[in-house]
Design a protein. Structure first.
Length: 117
């Protein structure tokens, strides 16, 4: 499974961005897709996840109420709509997919989000 993320950029505090992640390859094996982020000098933090078939979602505490994760009908592209961005949201955002069949997850390269104050 290959993951391609896009949509990062520079935005002012209070602004919005929408990230996209498209999966290719053995996408039918993926059960959950989501996003993590890593700020400079910090560990990787969970942002949001979505089940591929059931549409169940879960969000990290630091973004709850400000972001929405969704998917296209085929389930191969996941979107992360981020509103009310804060400088502390500045990080590299990584797309992630979990494949229970193989007992592993997959990572995209990451896309930079920078929020200026």
């Amino acid at each position: 499974v290959q993951l391609q993320a896009s949509g990062g950029g520079l935005v002012q505090a209070g602004g919005s961005l929408r990230l996209s992640c498209t999966a290719s390859g053995r996408t039918s094996s993926t059960n959950v897709m989501g996003w993590f982020r890593q700020a400079p000098g910090k560990g990787r933090e969970f942002v949001a996840a979505l089940s591929r078939t059931g549409g169940s979602t879960i969000y990290g505490d630091s973004v709850q109420g400000r972001v929405t994760i969704s998917r296209d009908n085929a389930g191969n592209t996941v979107y992360l709509q981020m509103n009310g961005l804060k400088p502390e949201d500045t990080a590299v955002y990584y797309c992630n997919a979990w494949a229970a069949l193989y007992g592993r997850d997959y990572w995209g390269r990451g896309t930079q989000v920078t929020v200026s104050s």
